[in-house]
Design a binder for this molecule. Structure first.
Ligand code: HEM
Length: 289
């Protein structure tokens, strides 16, 4: 039986999803709330991650977990909006996800309270709202397992999550070739472009170009929130360093070149979470409790 939260590697991303972010209200009530949570989370329909404040509250240390860093460089700001608990509800029915949300809110009270909810969805068969296919260079099968799951105790994986708000009309008003050069791929056939500029997103983030190589599994999904629309970027790795190296290169901290994506999109949130392993289709919180 798999020891990890299987929703993480399940493909494709589900038709609909909810991202829930909880803040810690009472350390005293936390252990009981987490016990109730284990009974509700199978790691497949619902994936759960804990922020550093939960570990600190339980006087537990995980050397690889830290708070999401706020970064600024080259006129770009990467905000940190770290929360205590993140839940990724995966499904195909918005109503069912709403009911599942309410069950989780009740189970986690009064230790944790919901502070942010985002409804996300699959666009076409896994595209960003710009129309570009997202996830092409994700490692698959054993390579995905190797990229994502920590083999050292207590196991599990680490997640990085950001909301990116797109200026879609600005993007769509650019000539097609300029749009393709922002990503470094051709919209029409998803081919990687040899003549793309150094600012092209896939050149900034080329996973094998880092030392050590920085492979992650991305499970991003578009979202709409009133007038805003964009991407809930979500990446998993056995370390947060791979994602963070990519992000630093995107904002030009390596060589001063910033990612073309910033021409039409900005991150407005950012958090890091440890996703514990599962045992018998229940969260294994033995490292915490
Ligand atoms: C506005 C937000 C973003 C959008 C719309 C976006 C979209 C895309 C697209 C369309 C691709 C090409 C196809 C693919 O391989 O998936 C791609 C590649 C990739 N993106 Fe992003 N991305 C965003 C943010 C990020 C961030 C914040 C990171 C990490 C810090 C990242 C990491 C990667 C990686 C690792 C690849 C594959 C590069 C390779 O090895 O070829 N992306 N992204």
């Amino acid at each position: 039986m798999s020891k990890y939260q299987t929703g993480i590697l399940a493909e494709p991303v589900p038709p609909v999803a909810r991202h829930l972010f909880f803040t810690l209200e009472s350390i005293e009530h936390l252990p009981a709330a987490l016990q109730r949570l284990t009974a509700l989370v199978d790691g497949d329909a619902t994936v759960v991650g804990f922020g550093i404040s939960v570990l600190q509250a339980l006087e537990t240390q995980l050397l690889k977990l830290r708070a999401f860093p706020a970064l600024s460089a080259n006129g770009l700001d990467i905000p940190s909006t770290q929360h205590a608990v993140w839940c990724w509800l995966r499904g195909d029915d918005r109503g069912e996800l709403l009911h599942r949300t309410n069950t989780l809110i009740k189970a986690l009270a009064p230790a944790l309270s919901l502070v942010q909810t985002t409804e996300a969805f699959r666009y076409k068969d896994g595209h960003d709202l710009t129309g570009y296919e997202d996830g092409t260079e994700n490692p698959v099968e054993q390579a995905a397992i190797d990229a994502v799951f920590d083999t050292q105790a207590p196991g599990g994986t680490y997640a990085a999550i950001q909301h990116w708000v797109h200026d879609l009309s600005g993007f769509k008003s650019l000539p097609q070739q300029e749009q393709d050069h922002i990503f470094g791929r051709r919209l029409s056939d998803n081919e990687e472009l040899d003549d793309a500029p150094e600012s092209a997103h896939v050149k900034r983030t080329a996973q094998e170009d880092f030392t050590p190589e920085a492979f992650v599994v991305r499970r991003s999904m578009p979202y709409i929130d009133g007038e805003d629309a964009g991407l809930v970027f979500l990446a998993f790795g056995h370390t947060l360093d791979s994602y963070e190296m990519q992000l630093r290169r995107m904002i030009g901290l390596d060589d001063g070149i910033t990612d073309g994506l910033f021409r039409f999109s900005r991150p407005v949130t950012g958090g890091y979470y440890w996703c514990p392993p599962v045992e018998n289709a229940q969260l294994d919180l033995s490292a915490l409790l």
